[in-house]
Design a binder for this molecule. Structure first.
Ligand code: SF4
Length: 285
């Protein structure tokens, strides 16, 4: 499903400033964008890279060098974007980058695993000792929506189990000051949920399932309104061919607060019009 083979392919490796504040800070997050994705979201904003149309093949040694270059640029962390299908190669590159044989200034940054949430428990547990922060989506509560929009009816069940495994692996939130007076997340889980137009009820079910987690107070829930319809989406999915309106988003925020989800981020109005999508032009690859 991801469309990739055993060679790592990247589209971009550069500082990124549009993640949640304790991930990006002022200094920027050291994003590394991998080509391919195990989901097929019809509304994907990164289709070119998610479907593997953009991607340059690199060696594991080069990937280790890219991690070190991000550290030299002053990144707050290494942010692995859509890494799921390259876990073995990423672990090998991290082993190299962290060794004094490979570099006199080995990699010492927190590692952020930035994922759709569609992960096996085995993949997550295999990351012990490699990943410090999970930045994970929880997209749907309903298998029907997950099938219609991401071709993965087992997404809700899979993502729920993966989330439990993520929390078990890294535990509650921990911060440091990154040496520059900025609060940086050094361990923990941020769960992102993107509200889709007309899907408020499903988003409320997602909030209910998160609120029911015994560790809800020890994670951050990031509730997003930046949905931007792709130009061609109206043909096959007319019901989501619009942005999310303030009323829907405010109702979801209020509902999450009523459920006791207080450890959360929300987006300011107009987020959808801002540019969160970097140029996938092989910068830093
Ligand atoms: S999980 Fe994210 S990157 Fe993958 S297809 Fe869906 S929206 Fe695109």
């Amino acid at each position: 499903m991801c469309g990739e083979g055993d060679a790592v392919r990247l589209a971009r490796a550069a500082l990124h400033f549009w993640e949640e504040p304790p991930i990006s800070g002022e200094a920027g997050s050291g994003t590394v964008f991998f080509s391919g994705c195990p989901l097929r979201c019809v509304y994907c904003q990164n289709k070119d890279i998610a479907r593997g149309e953009i991607g340059r093949e690199i060696s594991i040694e080069r990937l280790a060098c890219i991690f070190l270059e991000q550290q030299e640029r002053g990144a707050l962390n290494i942010n692995l974007v859509t890494p799921t299908h390259f876990v073995p190669q990423i672990k090998a590159a991290l082993d190299l980058a962290r060794s004094y044989e490979f570099s006199s200034t080995p990699l010492a940054l927190p590692i952020v695993y930035n994922t759709s949430g569609y992960e096996t428990v085995e993949a997550i547990t295999s990351l012990a000792g490699y990943v410090d922060v999970f930045l994970t989506d929880f997209k749907y509560a309903s298998p029907e929506l997950a099938r219609r929009y991401s071709a993965a009816p087992d997404y809700p069940e899979t993502a729920a189990k993966a989330l439990d495994a993520m929390f078990e692996l890294v535990g509650p939130l921990a911060y440091d000051e990154a040496g520059r007076g900025e609060e940086r997340l050094t361990r923990g889980v941020i769960v992102r949920h993107l509200l889709l137009p007309g899907c408020l009820d499903d988003s409320k079910r997602v909030m209910e399932s998160l609120a029911a987690k015994p560790y809800v107070d020890d994670i951050i829930v990031s509730i997003m309104n930046q949905f931007t319809p792709a130009p061609d989406i109206a043909r096959d999915y007319p019901e989501i061919a619009r942005g999310v309106n303030d009323g829907e988003y405010d109702e979801l925020i209020d509902y999450a607060l009523e459920l006791g989800i207080v450890n959360s981020f929300m987006q300011e109005g107009g987020a959808a019009s801002e540019s969160f999508i970097p140029a996938f032009d092989y910068e830093g690859v």
